[in-house]
Design a protein around this ligand. Structure first.
Ligand code: SF4
Length: 321
């Protein structure tokens, strides 16, 4: 188990990350998908076998201290691995609930939501943010590139059975000839939201590509106006509450104070391994520590690299490239 951040999230505010599935050496992630836009990179280990991976008490002591030090809005399961690949997710949520009142969220692709043992873990979270980017199996396979045999219909069926609050998250983008932002696909997605909402009330979160992805030439964000139009349409046609990404929506707070140089390097690498960030995003997290010079040092030492998306420079781990 690895703890990182907090990171500023437009969906969750100041979000302290917990990674339950560490990627083995040489891999950038462990996931049943390899989404075209994945900002973790594409040298991942594809896994479709959730298993119970032991949690260490020491990790929970570290987590408790970090929660006390940073006062996050959410503790969020996410990171380099699809959180539901660890069947001890529910046990982890329970231990967090015993130590604090901070709500717990999970960012999941919902690939295993059809499994009762996986839903048992999801049902202990306050919020489940589940990914659906496509309305058809064909487009699902083009965008999310799941392992063989993963069926979108089965995922939708599983999501309907989750008891916790569910937010369906869709990331609109285009990449070469693949897009989910055309009219026909948006109509199909609206039908999917409506169908799930009939079984269990949901909220919908609409985003677009905001961080670079290795090897995905031609990856393009959609116009923010389109997100707002889609949001209005979903609410008008289905009566579902929708939130969508807007530039500057993320809350940036100085949350980590006076961290020693070596610890700062570890903090920054743990974060960038899971999420490319701009210089400002990193520097503004640390109060009384010289994060800017640590970034320069890590670039000089070839640990970090810079990538550009929409004219913004992002730091990424060099092993990602
Ligand atoms: S589900 Fe998430 S981690 Fe997995 S490939 Fe897609 S974006 Fe990356």
């Amino acid at each position: 188990m690895k703890i990182y951040g907090p990171v500023p999230s437009w969906r969750l505010g100041n979000s302290l990350g917990v990674d339950l599935v560490d990627a083995p050496s040489g891999y950038c992630k462990v996931c049943p998908y390899d989404c075209l836009y994945c900002h973790l990179g594409h040298k991942g280990r594809i896994s479709v076998k959730p298993a119970a991976v032991d949690l260490s008490s020491n990790d929970f002591d570290v987590l408790k201290k970090k929660i006390n030090d940073t006062e996050p809005d959410y503790v969020t399961f996410s990171g380099q691995g699809e959180p539901t690949l660890n069947l001890n997710l529910g046990q982890a949520v329970q231990r967090i609930k015993e130590m604090c009142d901070v709500p717990v969220a999970v960012l999941t692709n919902a690939c295993f939501a059809g499994r009762k043992d996986v839903r048992d873990g999801l049902d202990k979270c306050d919020v489940v943010i589940a990914k659906i980017d496509a309305p058809t199996q064909d487009l699902f396979e083009k965008i999310n590139r799941p392992a063989n045999g993963v069926k979108l219909a089965e995922i939708v069926r599983g999501i309907k059975l989750i008891k916790s609050k569910v937010c369906i998250q869709t990331l609109f983008f285009s990449c070469g000839s693949v897009t989910n932002a055309d009219d026909e696909t948006v109509s199909g997605l609206v039908d999917v939201y409506r169908d799930i909402n009939k079984s269990k009330p949901i909220e919908v979160l609409l985003g677009t590509v905001t961080r670079p992805s290795e090897g995905a030439g031609g990856l393009r964000a959609v116009d923010p106006h389109l997100l707002s139009e889609i949001a209005e349409r979903i609410t008008r046609e289905c009566g579902i509450k929708v939130r969508y990404f807007r530039e500057g929506h993320e809350i940036h707070k100085k949350v980590l104070r006076n961290i020693a140089h070596d610890e700062l390097k570890v903090e920054i690498c743990d974060l960038l391994m899971r999420r490319p960030c701009t210089r400002d995003e990193i520097v503004c997290r640390f109060d009384g520590s010289d994060a800017a010079s640590v970034l320069d040092e890590l670039v000089d030492k070839d640990v970090l690299d810079l990538r550009v998306l929409d004219k913004k420079e992002y730091y990424v781990m060099k092993c990602w490239a």
